[in-house]
Every structure is written in structure tokens, then in C-alpha cells.
Design a protein around this ligand. Sequence first.
Ligand SMILES: Nc1ncnc2c1ncn2[C@@H]1O[C@H](COP(=O)(O)OP(=O)(O)OP(=O)(O)O)[C@@H](O)[C@H]1O
Length: 516
Amino acid sequence: MTPGVGDTVADGAPVAEAIGVSKRYGATVALRDVHLTVLPGESHALVGRNGAGKSTLVSLLTGLAKPDAGTLRLDGRAAPAFGDTGAWRSRVACVHQHSTILPELTVAENLFLNRQSTSALRPIRWKHLRRRAAELLGTYGVDLDPASRAGELTVVQRQFVEIARALSFGTRFVVLDEPTAALDAPGADRLFTRLRDLRQQGVAFLYISHHLREVHDLCDRVTVLRDARHVLTAPVAGLGRDTLVAAMTGAPEGRAPARHVPAPARRDAPVLLSVEDLTLPGACHGVSLTVRAGEAVGLAGSAVSGNVRVGEAVAGLHRFRAGRVEVAGRALRGGDVPGALAAGVGLVPEDRHRQGLVPGRGVDENVTLTAGARLGPFGTVRPARVRALAGRLIEDLAIGTPTPTTPVSALSGGNQQKAVVARALATGPRVLVAIRPANGVDVTAKEFLHGRIRRAVTDGAAALIVSDEPDDLRACDRVLVMREGRITAAFATGWSDEQLVAAMEGITGSAEGEET
Ligand SMILES: Nc1ncnc2c1ncn2[C@@H]1O[C@H](COP(=O)(O)OP(=O)(O)OP(=O)(O)O)[C@@H](O)[C@H]1O
């Protein structure tokens, strides 16, 4: 039977408490005497700059890591013993950025993974399984066919299968780790509506996000971590953005970080990237655009607009059915990554976990991975050159790493993203394709990364910034908007975020009269 979300163990007790917890990884202190209390039915935001300790606190609260000091309590009782996975699962769940849903299985199979039948010897009763799945989804208002294949679900639907599965173990406390990172604006809205419904049913959330607007839209209270310490817990209502940013950065309030105001690219600067009539089956049709030296062009669009595929095609990741891509006048072959790299294309890929980094390898190796020719003659690699280039890139991108050889998997998410950007810049690209370049980085690091990309542009590169994030697009000189595989609108300077969002949603938009 599915335990009801209202079944409380110790009524009114916090669903989760961390009392003076500390955690160290080698020489790095990830958490120092941190306190956190999440109340029943509360939506509690956990924010902080990259490397502040948020994921580490989540690892402790979900039983994935053991605190060095301090106490953890769930539902008013001591947390389960470290390693007792079943007990942890019934009291806390975490929906991570990477999905744990198995795409080849159906929704019902995913919901009851390893619980399909009542004992190992009893055959699975499929009809019964699907009925239970339908009941479970119905309880949480998720409208999905249990027999559909999980691989065909949207990101939000997958997240909801994960949340429903988590709740079916009886927990009333769900940690959401940057759940909107892979969502477009309508997807995020759908997620928020569902989360609000669940809160009405008594489910509490710990919500990790770098988007302060989401914190304001969704959360009751917020806890800020800075440099491994707890600095603030307060109700969100009435807490100004400045106060929150000041708590995160430690900088005095009211000192606004410097904003970049793009200088318009020279109209007579050479075209470094030219895309003509590009057609990729199922993704885009007849897309044409140009980017000049010294210019950053945004390619905006929702997750299904095809904009990411266009960016990836420029970087050689896809064959194209028709059209032409030229870098500095040289035609690229579709699906030829080394060719694109040799022509001078740098790529910040969409998914740093799948496409970006080699997790077990050092930061130094990761950031220099694309820079083969600079590391030694005839395909050889000179360790001294790797060290020198890596050192420069780590400093240049302000990557927070204890040493250059630390495995990149030991860095916080935001610092991993900086390593991905460093790798794209390592070759000194003529054309930089940056897909959501500030994904998962904190508010100040975001400005820093945009500034760094602008610097490459000022130095003469052409940048194509593929994103649906108004912040990313604000760093551009002009923006093209894609919908359903075509460019549907173009904005020169002076657009508002609302105009861009409306064009991405298809509420307005005309590309007439603009240079694409
Ligand atoms: N497995 C690990 N091994 C070594 N160091 C680690 C490990 N996990 C985290 N750290 C270090 O602990 C510190 C806190 O990292 P954590 O991932 O908790 O930060 P975060 O607040 O989640 O950051 P982000 O917003 O960038 O994801 C960082 O300095 C990080 O490098």
C-alpha cells in the first residue's frame, strides 16, 4: 500500500534537521558546524555560491555521505544508520539533476523498480502493476499512461515519475537539486504548479537553485551557506534580492556587481560564422545566420525549438541533410568534430555530465583536453605545457579547485561548469558556441563567465550563445529566436526580457528587416 503523505511520525516535528554538522574531503572543509531545519509542508530554499557546501549538505541529509561531526534527524527521530538505504529511502528522497529513470522501461516499471512483485519467487502481475502505478500517479495528480515508455517522457514528466516513486516509499520530504536546470520556461511553470499541489498535500521540499526568482516564487524560507558555513535562515517574504546576494557573497549590501554593456560589433568586421539554410531532420529547417568577429549573437528558444541542435551542428556534432556551415570562409563537414575544432570552433556543451568532462581525470587534463596541438609536437603531450596552460586557465576562469590535478568530479557543480568553459576557451577559438554557458553557476560567477565570454569576443572571436536564459542573452549584441525549428524573430539591442520570452513562446515574433 502507498503510505499517505499525511502520515506523520512525530506530529509537528521538523521533517529534517541538521544540527551542527561538519564534513571534510581531504584538506577541503565542505561544511563547518552547519544548522538547517525543514518544517513539515515547508518549501525551504538552500542557496549559496558555487562550492558553498549545498550538495554536501544534501549528501548528508540523504544518507549518501556521513558527517564527521554533528547530528541528523528526520521526522523528529535520529536519522537511519549510514548504509541502511531502505530506511533512508522511506524518510527522504532526492531528485537530482541527472535522471535516475531508466528510459527503456515503462513508467510503471520505473515506479516499482525492484518491487514489481511481492516476493522474488512470484511472477510479476503486469496488469496489477499498471493499476498500482495509475493509482500512485493519480494520488499525486500526475496525468501519465503507466504503460508509456519512460524514454519518451519530457523532462518534467520524468521528474514527476521520480517524485511519485520517492513519495511511494512513504517519505514526505523531497530534496530538489536544481530541478529547473534542464527545463524551459513553460516546463518550469508546470513543475512549480505540481510542487505547489504537493505542498498542499503536506510534502516538504528542500529546494536548491541558483535562480533567486524561483526562490521567491516557490519557497517559504531560505537558508544561505557561504564558504561551508551557515550564514542566514529567514522567511523569503520581505527578504530583498540585495540582502540575499550580500549573504551569499559576503559583500556589503547595495554594491551592485559591474554589468557589461556590449559595444556594438563593427558592421564591416569579417563574418567568422556563417550558417546557410541548415536543415537537420527533426530539429531545424532552413536556418541561416551569420556572426561577425567581435560579435556575440544569441540563439534563443525553448528546449524543443531546435536551437541547441543548430549550435551542436556548428561544433560538428551532427550531420546535416542540407545547408552549409562556414567558419572564417571554410566549409565544415557535418558530423566532424575534429574538423570543427581544427577550423577554430570551441564548444560549451549543453550537458557537462554527459558531454563535457572526464570525471576521474584531473582538472588540468580536462581543461586542456581540446588543446592537443598546443601541448607538444606531433600528437605528443608535454607535461610542463599541460601544467602551464592548465594553470593559466584555472586562474583565468577562477576555478575553485584545491590543486590543478584534483579530479574534476571532486569540484562543486559550478566549478565544473567553469572547467567546461575553460576547455572551450583553451584553444583560443575563432567561433565559440556556448550552450547555456552559465548553467548551475551562482549569481556572481554567472556575471564573471559572461564577462569572460565577452572578453573573448572583444579579442576578436565570434560567439553564438545558445540559451533560453534571459541572463545569457543579455550578454549578446543581438538575439535570434527559434521556434519549431525555424528562426522566427530577431532583436537588435534594446529588447526586454519579456519580449524575448514572448517570442520564444510564440506569442509574438517576426524576423523581418533584421540581419540574421
Ligand atoms: N567528493 C569530493 N571530494 C573532494 N572534495 C569535494 C567532494 N565533494 C565536494 N567537495 C568539495 O567540497 C566543497 C563544497 O562542494 P559542494 O559540491 O557541496 O558545493 P555546492 O554549494 O553544491 O556548489 P555548486 O553550486 O557549485 O554545486 C567544494 O570545495 C568541493 O570542491
